[in-house]
Design a protein around this ligand. Structure first.
Ligand code: XUL
Ligand code: CO
Length: 439
């Protein structure tokens, strides 16, 4: 088979002292942290769309990154791209991949051609998956790129578009079933609105829930065993997206009785766009038992859009991984690098370097999260902070054995004392101390 990246060797762990750009300094897959290997904590996944398709195009200029894979067209191009992708995943030791239907094949001249092209690639993937052991993290359908989806897919005001969205999702679910995917993601790319002046929001949300229910029923009836995820994002491409953030998506799932069938796929940059930290979003999912999967990227917070950078902020990643660990880890989920190269990162080494940097970042984040847990100061502080609810009247609040009158009575007799300090400056410094120990 043709080698697409001859200058990229199999990437090995060389340890923190290594200066080799093409080696892991921190991701040591067999190293055990808190009773599990790094590979178990960090089920990394390769996002097809960024890892193989994104060519650096922005609104000011054409692509800067060569994604021609030998200049082929049609199915030959799709196959070459898959070969290149599996070569990269194998060299990097990435065990999962994720794709949109449109990422992996040509859409052809009709919906039927699109369906056949996708089915062809599903067969092609099987060969690579059997050969390498690489698994499908999740699949999805792109219901936002084509002009027909300009006013939504599963929230479109037009039946024809809604039905075409169903066609695409059905085929993508067939692919997920065939390839034994661990998950299937619904990101509401254009499921939102531009202006309320032309929008029946209640109807669109009801229709979205109906769409999800039909998709879940179809998948289950046809032997699908994986998870279903909603991926929240507040804006981009629509001005107001329905799955604004974790809390909004959870409210939607609960309202329509979908919370037993769907969990959340949370993305770092989407959290920032919603005005949250990544750890906030994961915490919201965790306390509701709805953490599913993770899209691993960071925002460039100096700008207000979705830059999808490879993660580079160790402290932020540590706080996110702390939440993942506290949630008991990712059960069905993966850590999917929904991350793209910067436009000037344009040569044949950069794609691999992006993944190496992202994987090392997550390894460091995992190590720091484990250190925070083992150190115990943060958790002890939080426990102590709420300890007035451990006994006496506080314990009666928790068990539901008191009432407003008893609390009021208690308060009236109080000798008012100063409120204890929240100590947040100290707690931030604890994390810095742990992060920089030995410097
Ligand atoms: C867009 C985004 C998507 C989803 C899959 O911001 O994150 O790539 O992950 O549709
Ligand atoms: Co994403």
């Amino acid at each position: 088979m043709k080698e697409f990246f001859p200058n990229i060797p199999k990437i090995e762990y060389e340890g923190p002292k290594s200066k080799n750009m093409l080696a892991f300094k921190h991701y040591n897959k067999d190293e055990v942290i808190l009773g599990k290997t790094m590979a178990e904590h960090l089920p990394f996944s390769f996002a097809y769309w960024h890892g193989l398709n994104y060519d650096g195009t922005d609104m000011f200029g054409v692509g800067t990154i060569d994604r021609s894979y030998g200049g082929l067209t049609g199915r030959a191009l799709a196959e070459a791209k898959a070969d290149a992708g599996f070569e990269l995943m194998e060299k990097l030791g990435i065990e999962y991949f994720c794709f949109h239907d449109v990422d992996v094949c040509d859409q052809g001249a009709s919906l039927t051609e699109f369906k056949e092209n996708l089915a062809h690639m599903v067969d092609y993937f099987k060969g690579h998956m059997d050969r390498t052991g690489i698994k499908l993290g999740w699949a999805t359908a792109n219901l936002f790129g084509h002009p027909r989806y300009q006013q939504g897919g599963a929230t479109s005001p037009y039946l024809d578009t809604y039905a075409t969205a169903a066609f695409q999702v059905k085929n993508a679910l067939d692919a997920a079933i065939e390839l034994d995917a661990k998950g299937y993601t619904f990101w509401g790319g254009r499921e939102g609105y531009e202006t309320l002046l032309n929008t029946d929001m209640g109807f669109e949300l009801d229709n979205l829930a109906r769409f999800y229910k039909m998709a879940i029923k179809y998948a289950k009836d046809n032997g699908y065993k994986g998870a279903f995820y909603i991926e929240p994002k507040p804006k981009e491409p629509t001005m107001h997206q329905y799955d604004f953030d974790a809390a909004t998506a959870i409210q939607f799932l609960q309202k329509y009785g979908l919370d037993n069938d769907m969990t959340l796929n949370l993305e770092g940059n989407h959290a920032s766009l919603a005005g949250h930290t990544f750890e906030h979003e994961i915490r919201v999912a965790r306390i509701n038992g709805l953490l599913g999967s993770i899209d691993a990227n960071h925002a460039e917070t100096l700008v207000g859009w979705d830059t999808d950078e490879f993660p580079k902020d160790v402290k932020g990643t540590a706080l996110a991984m702390y939440e993942v660990i506290k949630a008991g880890g990712l059960d069905t989920g993966v850590i999917n690098f929904d991350s793209k190269l910067r436009r000037p990162s344009n040569d044949e080494l950069d794609q691999a370097i992006g993944f190496i940097a992202g994987m090392d970042n997550y390894a460091l984040g995992l190590k720091l999260a484990a250190k925070i847990i083992e150190d115990g100061r943060l958790e002890d502080f939080v426990k102590e902070r709420y300890s007035s609810f451990d006994s006496g009247l506080g314990a009666k609040v928790v068990s539901g054995e008191t009432n407003l009158e008893e609390l009021a009575d208690y308060a009236e007799k109080l000798e008012e004392k100063p409120v204890p300090s929240g100590r947040q400056e100290y707690l931030h410094s604890v994390i810095n101390d742990l992060m920089c120990e030995g410097l």
